[in-house]
Write a new protein. Structure first.
Length: 332
């Protein structure tokens, strides 16, 4: 009983009506006087009392008890079933992924793009309670998915990501600005961008510094990840004459200074991923850092108890009807 709570406890104030109803009934009963002319009342006390006389107040008792039971049912008694940790307001995250042609380099396996997609899906699976959005950028940027809790659809979009979806190039400023726009109206307690790229800003009409200012204004923390090992990386090139794919070592050029600036100005962290394991570890670190920043409370699912109480009230009402309309009338 100590664990039972009431959803609408103020309904219990209606119980104060019960004494008033009792008093009102007594007042009416005392006013009812039946006048009869009889020769004598000397032996009337010895007469046997009928059921109507002995149990005439039973309907009143049942009505008052029924009313009390129904009032308790209206207050909605509830019993906790246990506690489940849940974010108070949650965290909104946008993944901003570079899909420029250089993401086909194979210093990460099977290539940078597929490695980034696979690790992003693992990150999403570890955060079932968060809304996550998805932005792609190359020479321009595009929102693949707004913030959503439908992670199954989000994973489908990730699986369908290709480098030919946008004009080639690396517009880091536009990728960051688009991600900020997806988060600016969010009311979450924490707003985060994870921006992944393997190049330097060489296209787009939004300067990265402008995008940084936007993120700072909206208080959006940005984690940046430079993808690619130091030196050179094998890159697939199609032979124009034979159509065969050959691999050529291409220099890895990542604007680490810009990525570090984006992270530091928005209170995030810059990471360098030179392998699949590096990328996986980076996402695990971000997952740990963001989980430690969220306030959590105990969400307690509850079992409703009003229905069995309501059934008891209905049974009492049926008994009152039977007593007043059947039993007492038969015993007049």
């Amino acid at each position: 009983m100590a664990n039972i709570s009431l959803a609408y406890p103020w309904f219990l104030l209606l119980l104060l009506l019960l004494p008033i109803l009792w008093w009102h009934h007594k007042k009416i009963e005392n006013k009812v006087v039946i006048k009869m002319r009889v020769p004598s009342i000397g032996n009337s006390t010895a007469l046997p009392k009928t059921g109507r006389v002995k149990y005439r107040k039973l309907p009143l008792y049942f009505r008052l008890i029924t009313l009390a039971v129904l009032i308790v049912a209206l207050s909605r008694p509830q019993k906790p079933l246990g506690s489940t940790p849940l974010s108070i307001e949650g965290i909104d995250i946008v993944l901003a992924l570079d899909i420029s042609g250089s993401m086909l380099a194979q210093d990460l396996k099977p290539d940078r793009l597929q490695a980034a997609i696979q690790v992003a899906k693992e990150f999403i699976a570890a955060r079932p309670n968060d809304r996550i959005g998805y932005v792609i950028f190359a020479g321009e940027s595009f929102t693949q998915s707004p913030l959503t809790i439908d992670h199954k659809s989000l994973n489908t979009l990730l699986d369908n990501t290709r480098i030919d979806l946008l004009e080639d190039g690396t517009a880091i400023g536009m990728g960051l600005a688009t991600a900020v726009n997806r988060l600016k109206d969010s009311e979450a307690s924490s707003k985060v961008i994870i921006l992944m790229t393997d190049g330097d800003n060489n296209s787009g009409y939004i300067d990265p510094h402008t995008a940084i200012a936007m993120a700072k204004t909206e208080q959006i923390r940005t984690y940046t990840i430079g993808i690619g090992r130091n030196g050179t990386a094998p890159f697939p090139i199609q032979n124009p004459f034979t159509g065969a794919i050959v691999y050529q070592d291409v220099e890895v050029v990542i604007d680490e200074e810009l990525l570090q600036l984006i992270a530091s100005e928005t209170e995030g962290i810059y990471y360098r991923a030179e392998s699949n394991n590096d990328l996986s570890d980076i996402y695990k670190e971000i997952d740990r850092l963001e989980k430690s920043k969220i306030e959590v409370s105990a969400f307690t699912p509850k079992k409703e108890l009003f229905f069995p109480i309501l059934v008891v009230g209905m049974v009492l009402l049926l008994i009152e009807w039977c007593v007043s309309t059947v039993y007492l009338k038969q015993n007049i």
